[in-house]
Design a binder for this molecule. Structure first.
Ligand code: HEM
Length: 461
């Protein structure tokens, strides 16, 4: 028995107790295929609740994000590089004519299209580009881990049925009911700093809204918000380049969710977890990994995406007083403005796994290759949008891919639009003259979800 105390995991066949959680973590290894299995058991029943296959791979020294520097973006594409985090738009602008489908050996030969038409073609062709690995990790394909987060990690026909089951929770009517809650939440947060001369728009405001909203939808205690934020951050910004963090975060997160699911078994409520526990899917109840994976997806999909979209919009408006004024004077602009903010500052990049040898944008690809789908790059393609780098509040034709394209189009899009509209509108109503306090201090996230994580604002008071 050992204690799992830090995100440092040695997959060598031990049994560990993780602190503070009633579960046993077992690992075993197979030297033949260089993989190990991490299992989470309920200690009282002995039932295996979760099981992941992990590669036997250990780092020997800590990695620093700042050490990465890409020299050739056509061959070494890296969405974790600080240069990409600071300004991906210039990189896509350079790549489109030079090498419209870039590559990266660092991420197991990952392909990176940057043109609207290539991104749309691959997102729509679910037979050739599978969703079984929607996140690209340096050390292995998500599908090899046995981790599923349906429906985003599945293909038809399973995907179609799972998505259909969740749809009622995100209908326009149901989301409308949440609007007063989001308004009150926004007001409460603003009350907390309105008397000050400024705030951090990312940390004091944008990040709190989605956490509270999604906790309410899932029926999870909103007070646990700080823990979700740490897990979601680790999962999206650290885990894809660090297998130890990936395993530790999954174990911790799954332990938390497992406790919550067990609670809902005995204390049902009007929330998604309770619904999933009683749901009938293709004539059978959902399995524990399906319930866990579905909840994990909703937490991850609903938090950093929204945090990023709200933060990036506040960042833009802080340096565009004329647009703030227009939005105040012409409130009818809000619906097109929200679409434009989503297009211009799309936070979400997804990924696919090539299922068979194929070709995209003239590049030959092999079955098993990872493909990054930078929807934000498509949204800045001059062949698809006039003046793509301008934010045009009344842009009439706006077929953007911020919320995806094809069968995986965002299930939470009604919620996303309502949260973005409400959060930004309330902020502007209450603090109309906020500007960037220090443009140099703004920090953007790395990885597949992009948004400001530090955003110092000055209220001009
Ligand atoms: C501004 C905020 C958001 C953005 C930009 C966004 C973006 C996206 C994108 C691009 C996809 C497509 C994935 C793919 O093609 O593989 C997606 C799917 C999804 N999103 Fe969102 N999302 C946002 C907010 C939310 C929220 C608040 C929820 C609710 C919890 C949510 C739940 C989902 C789910 C469940 C899917 C998977 C749908 C499927 O596979 O059929 N998203 N989202």
């Amino acid at each position: 028995m050992r204690h799992l105390e830090s995100p440092c995991i040695d997959v060598t066949g031990d049994v560990w107790h993780s602190p503070g959680r009633c579960r046993v973590v077992e690992t075993s290894r197979s030297t033949r295929n260089r993989s190990g299995v991490v299992m989470v058991r309920n200690p009282s029943t002995g039932i295996v609740r979760q099981r992941w296959i992990v590669p036997l791979w250990r780092r020997t020294e800590p990695r620093s994000r700042n050490r990465m520097t890409v020299v050739d973006w056509t061959q070494e594409s890296n969405h974790f590089d600080p240069e990409y985090a600071a300004d991906p738009i210039s990189i896509w602008r350079h790549l489109r004519p030079a090498c419209p489908v870039a590559r990266s050996e660092k991420f197991r030969g990952m392909w990176v299209p940057t043109r609207y038409e290539d991104i749309e073609a691959s997102a729509r062709d679910t037979g050739t580009f599978s969703s079984r690995s929607p996140v690209v990790a340096e050390f292995g394909a998500m599908s090899d881990f046995g981790l599923e987060v349906p429906p985003i990690s599945s293909d038809p026909p399973y995907h179609t049925a799972f998505r259909r089951m969740l749809l009622p929770f995100f209908s326009p009517g149901r989301i409308k009911q949440l609007e007063p809650f989001v308004e009150q939440l926004a007001d409460r947060l603003i009350d907390g700093f309105a008397g000050a001369t400024g705030c951090d728009g990312a940390r004091d405001y944008a990040q709190h809204i989605p956490v509270q909203v999604i906790a309410t939808v899932l029926g999870i205690p909103p007070d646990d918000g700080d823990r979700f934020r740490v897990w979601v951050h680790d999962m999206l910004e650290v885990a894809p380049t660090d297998v130890n963090v990936a395993i530790a975060t999954l174990l911790d997160f799954s332990g938390y969710l497992q406790e919550h699911v067990e609670r809902r078994r005995v204390e049902p409520s009007d929330d998604i977890v309770t619904f999933l526990l009683g749901a009938e899917f293709e004539g059978r109840p959902l399995t524990d990994p399906e319930i866990f994976g579905g909840c994990l997806l909703l937490l991850v999909a609903g938090i950093d995406t929204m945090w990023s979209a709200i933060g990036a919009t506040l960042w833009h408006l802080a340096s565009h007083p004329e647009q703030r004024k227009r939005l105040r004077d012409e409130p009818d602009l809000w619906p097109t403005a929200i679409e434009e903010f989503l297009r211009a500052f799309s936070p979400v990049t997804m990924a696919r796994e090539v299922t068979q040898d194929t070709e995209l944008g003239g590049c030959p690809m092999k079955g098993g290759d990872p493909l990054l789908l930078p929807f934000p790059a498509a949204n800045r393609d001059p062949d698809a949008f006039d003046h793509p780098d301008e934010v045009i509040l009344d842009r009439a034709l706006n077929r953007h891919f911020a919320i995806g394209v094809g069968i995986h189009r965002c299930l939470g899009s009604n919620l996303a639009r309502m949260e973005l509209d409400t959060a930004v509108r309330r902020f502007l109503d209450r603090i109309p003259d906020s500007t960037l306090a220090d443009a140099e201090a703004v920090m953007w996230s790395v990885g597949q979800v992009r948004g400001p994580r530090v955003l110092p604002l000055d209220f001009g008071t």
